[in-house]
Design a protein around this ligand. Structure first.
Ligand SMILES: Nc1ncnc2c1ncn2[C@@H]1O[C@H](COP(=O)(O)OP(=O)(O)OP(=O)(O)O)[C@@H](O)[C@H]1O
Ligand SMILES: [Mg+2]
Length: 369
């Protein structure tokens, strides 16, 4: 379990085992949406499903909520199966991309809705709604209609509506995607604080890697219905299990290399016609793919003992400058802080390249994709 996870008395562990789900089309064809999907969430943990459009993220959430029937699989909350329970007995709070608030109902009525249809006593409804609105900081906006709120406030009403039932599990499906960039960053920080203070186990779907990085205790990267890697944001970024994962969470240089030999715990790997040293325990195979993030490429004066290339393009991005550098047939991306101290180089300069050793990650080379 990650160290900053708050475990409350009521927080539940979620175990998803061997989930399979195909959709059957009227043409007779079937679309496999989720394939042998496995995932564990510790009590109070926030895990993000991150992956490209169509990889099965929404289908997993809907299956957990009981809105999609499983072909195969088991869903356990604290060890008890909920796979055969109807949606209303699963105690899950679902927040959708479009908040789906009732436009003609006030904030109070929207949040109270699920309690009302369960015919909860009036006093209990009032108390629960007040506490959910307080949790999201909207205690003064109860009488307003959704149309009289900002996008961020509407989104928080949707969260309050999910919280009011005191769910065992919170499910978020791209809840911030309709907000503008600045608001998205602000609301995701609020969501993070709220989730930690409530301590409710949460599965969060996004295809935005920054959002996943900033919110998650752990990230599960999905590809074509399966989990490709689960890890902390740092593990996913610095030690990706595949090129797909590496590329999904940021820019990366992927250079084919050959291991030439080892001694004293260090190995020599040939890349770009030059040799670099890496700890032997990082070598996964004789033919490797050397992954280096742009910020781990240092520009230095050209010299015979390191690769050199010509700067083809520079791009000023505010906080950093990115350089595209041609070394033979390979294009290397390097990034430097844009603060004054950095050695600015210009297009068509020739520069030497150094790779920060700690930031080098090796994968077995599996041939061109
Ligand atoms: N009701 C349905 N009928 C047929 N195919 C479906 C249905 N719902 C989803 N699919 C297919 O299942 C696959 C997974 O869809 P899903 O909505 O889970 O993807 P996603 O990861 O949430 O994508 P996005 O990021 O675009 O929301 C896709 O190929 C999709 O076309
Ligand atoms: Mg989706």
């Amino acid at each position: 379990m990650t160290k900053n996870t708050i475990k409350t008395a009521s927080a539940k562990a979620l175990t998803v085992l061997g989930l399979n789900k195909s959709f059957h089309l009227t043409t007779g064809r079937s679309v496999p949406a989720v394939r042998d999907f496995n995932l564990n969430l510790a009590p109070g943990e926030l895990v993000t499903l991150l992956g490209p459009s169509g990889c099965g993220k929404t289908t997993v959430l809907r299956a957990l909520a009981g809105l999609e029937e499983l072909d195969e699989g088991e869903i356990l909350l604290d060890g008890y199966s909920i796979a055969n329970l109807p949606p209303h007995r699963r105690r899950m709070g679902f927040v959708f991309q479009n908040y789906a608030l009732f436009p003609h109902m006030t904030v109070l009525e929207n949040v109270a809705y699920s309690l009302r249809i369960r015919r909860s006593p009036d006093a209990e409804v009032r108390a629960k709604v007040a506490s959910a609105l307080l949790a999201v900081g909207l205690e003064n906006l109860g009488p307003r209609l959704p149309g009289q709120l900002s996008g961020g406030q509407q989104q928080r009403v949707a969260v309050a509506r999910a919280l009011v039932m005191k769910p065992d599990l919170l499910l978020f499906d791209e809840p911030l995607s309709s907000l503008d960039t600045k608001l998205r960053v602000q609301v995701r920080a609020e969501l993070r604080r709220l989730q930690k203070s409530l301590g409710t186990t949460t599965l969060y779907v996004t295809h935005d890697q920054d959002e996943a990085m900033s919110l998650s205790d752990r990230i599960a990267v999905m590809r074509a219905g399966k989990v490709e890697q689960v890890g902390t944001p740092e593990e996913i970024y610095a030690r990706p299990a595949s090129l797909f994962v590496a590329e999904f969470v940021g820019k990366v240089n992927a250079l084919p290399g050959r291991v030439e030999g080892s001694s004293n715990g260090r190995s020599t790997v040939e890349i770009l016609g030059h040799r670099i040293q890496v700890p032997t325990d990082r070598i996964p195979a004789a033919q490797v793919l050397v992954l280096v993030r742009p910020e781990a490429v240092r520009l230095c004066p050209p010299s015979a003992d390191r690769p050199a290339g010509r700067v083809e393009e520079t791009e000023y991005l505010g906080d950093r400058i990115e350089y595209r550098i041609r070394v033979g047939t390979t294009l290397i991306v390097a990034a430097q802080s844009a603060l004054g101290g950095a050695s600015r180089v210009a297009e068509s300069d020739t520069v030497g390249l150094e790779f920060v050793e700690d930031a080098i990650h090796l994968l077995p080379f599996v041939g061109p994709a």
